[in-house]
Design a protein around this ligand. Structure first.
Ligand SMILES: Cc1cc2nc3c(=O)[nH]c(=O)nc-3n(C[C@H](O)[C@H](O)[C@H](O)COP(=O)(O)OP(=O)(O)OC[C@H]3O[C@@H](n4cnc5c(N)ncnc54)[C@H](O)[C@@H]3O)c2cc1C
Length: 627
């Protein structure tokens, strides 16, 4: 098939070198070779492999990876792109993908969609390789990104894209295995990219600090500079101590547990980010000057903490996996990294974290939230344990002063992290945070972003929503968030939630938003057949949420793909909070009266001049004892 047949170790060396020169260049190569090519290499059928692999190996075309959508990022289960089987044995895909790296430059794109059969049953996420000139595949606008600006990231619109059986990657319903395999390897690559970027930051820091004089003398001799440089070199050693043996084991065909890949992905980019920030700071004003490379490194580095699994998501996954089944990581630490003490310590600390956080001093009273925090904390500590074990192993195998020193410093970092994880913070309540921030509108107003992006609209997740009003009395805050609304886009305003009223509401919504002929709408027909895409799906869920006051999943429509199924679900959910105007429950009466009061207060405020309104608000806040 061509290509240089480099080993994994060689490939990681190249990633490191490219990132030291330019993180965007390294990311472009990484996305193409790992997320783009490897699913084709490992899961494509023969005709596709024979056609595309030689071209890709020669570097004459690029491949890209389209998983993310407006409603699905760190949680791909929320994907709403659909693939409906066709009578010819292929599939028809509809949906919208976003931020697909180098997609509009690519000859072939790995697209992930939920297969939905004729009965509307979801058969699971499935991967397809789609050629750039397939009818219905439309490249959307480029996103203007903070960094990695030398690589295009664009949306992709899939509008009745017909693909044949040979486009399938792997098996129907097993698309996440295709994505995960590529992403796992990508996570190792991102650690190598981070190591290269960190080394470049260190070089630039020493270059400047050795030439610059400040009030204490040469900047390089300043204790703050030295502490930062020492931390930076320790982190470089830790990352390299982990990725080097991992590459060797992979080249030998050995399996590595998923926990080690996650540690690479979270620690590398987090360390690179700190290095980039330290670089900008150490360079003083020069660090802020665009032409001095530091701002570009900072911007490019920022992406790595987000894509291919944001740090928080992966930490939570790692912690929960460790609590469910500690054996794979325990075994890896003990036998591969030869660090039985670190392994035993990690087990003990995980138990301690679980016990402390479940006790009376926990920052959250809700047990699910507490559990999630336990997972995140254990994930963080487990990552450091993996790095410590790797660096211990490297320092035992190689007689290097640098590694010995790094080992000592990393040990102290591990201890520091454990005490931080075990020091519990005071209680935190979501309502307090939300209310306090909502009340900022009193001092700074509710500011809307003045310019939208290339796609001509403000991001629905970020734009102003219904001009949120300050909550003047905290005791009424709950009522506003879950009460039925009357300002919905659809003209049917009813608080009587029956099968008929819900179906009428949805029908009117479809007519208005999708410009459909009402006669075409049938409660048993899948929403996808009306051309609903992921953006409109999120919008329908948002509008239903407003109308019903329920808290709804943005991709509801894909879990309940027909009007009948959706109505049934809504009726079920509404039983708890459903309101019949003839039989108003005490809860609803309370909510309804606080809404009325609030609306009256707001319309009163709207009649006043700004100064008068401000005066009244100040008085209300003073009565409440806040500011
Ligand atoms: C420049 C760029 C290039 C990209 N390239 C590609 C590409 O080529 N292909 C592709 O498919 N995608 C690509 N992406 C998308 C990227 O992978 C997603 O942005 C990423 O997965 C995060 O998803 P999201 O943006 O929807 O964040 P969200 O899912 O909305 O997450 C928001 C925040 O919530 C946090 N969070 C989520 N879950 C948890 C949890 N369990 N615990 C605690 N916190 C949590 C996250 O850490 C994050 O901070 C790219 C993105 C960018 C910006």
């Amino acid at each position: 098939m061509g290509g240089l047949e480099l080993s994994i170790r060689d490939m990681l060396r190249i990633c490191e070198q490219l990132a030291a020169i330019d993180i965007t260049l390294a990311s472009l190569v990484g996305i193409n070779n790992v997320l783009g090519i490897s699913p084709l290499l490992n899961f494509a059928q023969a005709p596709l492999r024979e056609k595309w692999l030689p071209l890709l190996a020669s570097g004459r075309v690029l491949a890209s990876f389209a998983l993310t959508e407006p409603g699905a990022g760190s949680d791909p289960r929320l994907l709403s792109t659909t693939a409906v089987p066709t009578t010819e044995g292929g599939w028809r895909l509809n949906g919208t993908k976003m931020w697909s790296g180098s997609a509009s430059w690519a000859g072939i794109i790995n697209v992930f969609a939920k297969v939905i059969d004729e009965s509307g049953t979801v058969q699971g996420i499935t991967a397809f390789a789609i050629e750039e000139d397939t009818p219905g595949l439309r490249q959307g606008p480029e996103a203007l990104t903070m960094g990695v600006r030398a690589m295009v990231q664009n949306s992709i619109f899939l509008e009745d894209v017909h693909v044949g059986p040979t486009a399938l990657l792997g098996k129907v319903g097993e698309g996440m295995a295709v994505a995960q395999e590529a992403m796992m390897f990508g996570r190792l690559g991102l650690a190598a990219i981070s190591a290269g970027g960190m080394k470049r930051c260190a070089q630039l820091m020493v270059r400047y600090a050795s030439r610059r004089t400040v009030s204490t003398g040469r900047l390089l001799e300043n204790p703050v500079t030295l502490t930062r440089l020492n931390a930076l070199t320790t982190r470089v050693s830790a990352i390299k101590s982990l990725i080097n043996p991992m590459a060797t084991w992979l080249d030998q065909g050995e399996q590595i547990p998923v926990e080690a890949y996650i540690a690479c992905k979270t620690s590398g980019p987090e360390f690179l980010w700190r290095a980039a920030d330290d670089l900008v700071q150490l360079l003083g004003g020069r660090g802020y000057i665009e032409t001095n490379i530091a701002p570009q490194i900072l911007r490019d580095a920022r992406l790595l903490r987000i894509f291919e699994g944001p740090t928080e998501t992966l930490n939570m996954f790692l912690g929960s996996k460790f609590l469910r089944d500690s054996e794979p990581l325990n075994h890896f630490l003990k036998t591969r990294l030869k660090a039985p003490e670190v392994a035993d310590r990690l087990l003990t600390i995980a138990q301690q974290i679980e016990k402390e956080y479940s006790g009376p001093k926990a920052p959250f009273t809700h047990s699910v939230t507490t559990r999630q925090l336990i997972h995140v904390r254990i994930g963080e500590v487990a990552t450091t344990a993996i790095l410590l074990a790797a660096i211990q192993k490297a320092s035992q195998e190689q007689s290097s002063d640098d590694l010995q020193r790094a080992n000592k410093h990393f040990e102290s970092y591990f201890n520091q992290q454990i005490s931080e994880a075990l020091s519990l913070k005071p209680e935190i309540h979501q309502q307090d945070c939300e209310r306090e921030i909502q009340n900022y509108t009193v001092s700074i107003e509710d500011i809307e972003q003045p310019l939208h992006g290339e796609d001509s609209t403000l991001d629905p997740f970020l734009k102003q929503k219904d001009h949120p009003k300050p909550i003047l009395d905290p005791s009424k805050s709950k009522a506003t968030s879950s009460s039925p609304r009357s300002d919905s886009k659809v003209n049917v305003v009813s608080t009587e939630y029956t099968k008929t009223s819900i179906q009428e509401w949805i029908t009117q919504w479809l007519i208005k938003e999708l410009k459909l002929n009402g006669q075409r709408i049938n409660p048993e027909q899948p929403f996808s057949s009306y051309g609903i895409d992921s953006v409109t799906a999120v919008s329908l869920s948002g509008d239903l949420q407003q109308w019903t006051g329920l808290s709804l999943d943005p991709n509801l429509v894909y879990d309940f793909p027909t009007m009948s199924a959706l109505t049934k679900y809504l009726l079920q959910e509404l039983q708890v909070t459903s309101v019949d105007p003839n039989e108003t429950s005490p809860v609803y009466q309370e909510r309804s009266s606080s809404i009325d009061e609030l609306d009256a207060m707001v319309s009163e405020l709207e009649q006043l001049s700004d100064l008068e309104a401000e005066d009244i608000l100040k008085k209300k806040l003073a009565d409440r004892g806040g500011d």
